[in-house]
Design a protein around this ligand. Structure first.
Ligand SMILES: Nc1ncnc2c1ncn2[C@@H]1O[C@H](COP(=O)(O)OP(=O)(O)O)[C@@H](O)[C@H]1O
Ligand SMILES: [Mg+2]
Length: 424
């Protein structure tokens, strides 16, 4: 099978690494890819926003299957256009990608199909949103409706904070993503991420993870795209997984099909495990980054047939095998991130991978023969171990051998799980 992978982050490096191990693969291309992905794939400099160019490349190179990594091309309808051109594609349609592209869309779906989530209202103007906040009181959560790169949500502990967040949205802080606002009830509990493949009529649970969004140790400082993650999430007991499949994933899959946009791809459900059980915070319609890296470390089965079955409606024939071990990834970021940082700083050494630990590339490039950091989040040092503590020590041992002067990382990824293990 000839495969084209779309994307250039750590998530796509992990997918490429795993797809490259498949006996079904004859050739892997990646567009645009990165220097880590180049170890497993031929890089193609395609403008992913130019759907015609992607289709032409796929046809000229007899690509059998396209795997779309990030959300933006999905929301822009790349999967629809590829499928219309007769090319099997992993990733939801533009209509189904609204599950991630519009928070209001997902909340309405939850309301229609009785999926547990916080009470909410949608607003297109500031005054009624503020009136609702005054009526509901704090804590309360204000969300820009559209894609806001993880920056559109304010968990407001006071009414004043909520009102300021509403003004920010309608004043254009998130561009058109903030033209509509969702105000929702604050959910109290422990967060977890749940991943599941879906071909429209069958859902296959994958695995669970927890991430660290804040930039600083002890979960302090501003939010980021994610500074590390581990899998599995201890709070996701077999009972919670079963309830999530029955109460959240099942009704979402059937509801989407009933509403005329059957979902095909990966459900990445952001959950809050409250006193009542699992409640939906949001859906993403692609693998998490960096959660994908820990999932791929733990997946024993061949990924390629799993993705292909998802795209072609034969997921009922797939079983996935997972390692019982824990995996953990530490993000190495450019100093200054998530605010301003220097670009093109040299990375002088990346240590060799072993069976237990590996460095995935996220924001890197080669300039004049030198590996450089081009993004905020640059490398993902990922390891597996019998426990989260073991995976953590291995990841930090490998990270200490990376030579990159302008890099930094959190030193406590997995701390909650490690504390739990110590308490045992
Ligand atoms: N209803 C809620 N109650 C409590 N915390 C929430 C709620 N909704 C979101 N959050 C917090 O805000 C974070 C971001 O919200 P989310 O809906 O996942 O938006 P995004 O990932 O698109 O920025 C969540 O990971 C969670 O920590
Ligand atoms: Mg989220």
């Amino acid at each position: 099978m000839k495969v084209l992978l779309i994307g250039s982050g750590g998530r796509e490096h992990a997918l490429a690494w795993k797809i490259a191990q498949s006996p079904l693969l004859t050739k892997l291309f990646a567009a645009p890819g990165n220097p880590g992905i180049a170890e497993h794939a031929t890089l193609v400099s395609l403008d992913v926003e130019d759907h015609g160019a992607v289709i032409d490349f796929a046809k000229e190179n007899a690509i059998d299957f396209v795997v779309v990594g990030p959300e933006a091309p999905l929301v822009a309808g790349l999967a629809d256009d590829l499928r219309d051109a007769g090319i099997a594609t992993f990733g939801p349609s533009r209509a189904a990608a609204q599950l991630e592209g519009s928070k209001g869309f997902t909340k309405d779906l939850c309301a229609r199909y009785d999926i547990p989530t916080g009470a909410y209202q949608r607003f297109r103007a500031a005054e009624p949103a503020k009136a609702y906040v005054r009526e509901q009181g704090a804590p309360i959560v204000i969300k820009a409706d559209g894609l806001a790169a993880g920056k559109g949500v304010t968990v407001a502990m006071t009414q004043d904070e909520a009102i300021a967040a509403i003004d920010d949205c309608f004043d254009g802080a998130f561009g058109s993503a903030g033209a509509e606002v969702v105000v929702e009830a604050f959910l109290d509990g422990e967060e977890a991420s749940f991943f599941c493949l879906c071909d429209g009529k069958t859902a296959l649970a994958l695995a669970t993870a927890q991430d660290h969004k804040r930039v600083g140790d002890g979960d302090t400082g501003p939010n980021t795209g994610g500074m590390g993650a581990y899998s599995p999430a201890p709070v996701m007991t077999p009972e919670m997984v079963e309830r999530t499949m029955r109460e959240i994933i099942g009704p979402t899959m059937r509801g989407m099909a009933q509403d005329g946009h059957a979902f095909s791809g990966v459900f990445f459900a952001g959950l809050m495990i409250t006193r009542k059980g699992p409640e939906l915070i949001e859906y993403n319609v692609r693998f998490g980054d960096p959660e994908c890296q820990v999932l791929m470390m733990r997946l024993k089965s061949d990924l390629l047939p799993m993705l292909y079955a998802t795209a072609t409606g034969t997921l009922d024939q797939i079983k996935a095998e997972w390692s019982d071990d824990a995996a953990l990834t530490v993000v190495l970021a450019s100093k200054g991130y998530p605010a301003g940082y220097d670009k093109n700083t040299p990375i002088d050494h990346i240590p060799e991978a072993s069976d237990e630990a590996k460095v995935f590339h996220a924001g890197t490039a080669i300039k004049d023969g030198q590996l450089v950091a081009t993004g905020g989040r640059v490398l993902n040092v990922t390891a597996i171990g019998k426990t989260v503590s073991e995976a953590q020590s291995r990841a930090y041992a490998l990270a200490s051998n990376v030579q990159w002067e302008n890099g930094f990382n959190r030193s406590d990824i997995g701390w909650q799980a490690v504390a739990r293990e110590k308490g045992k």
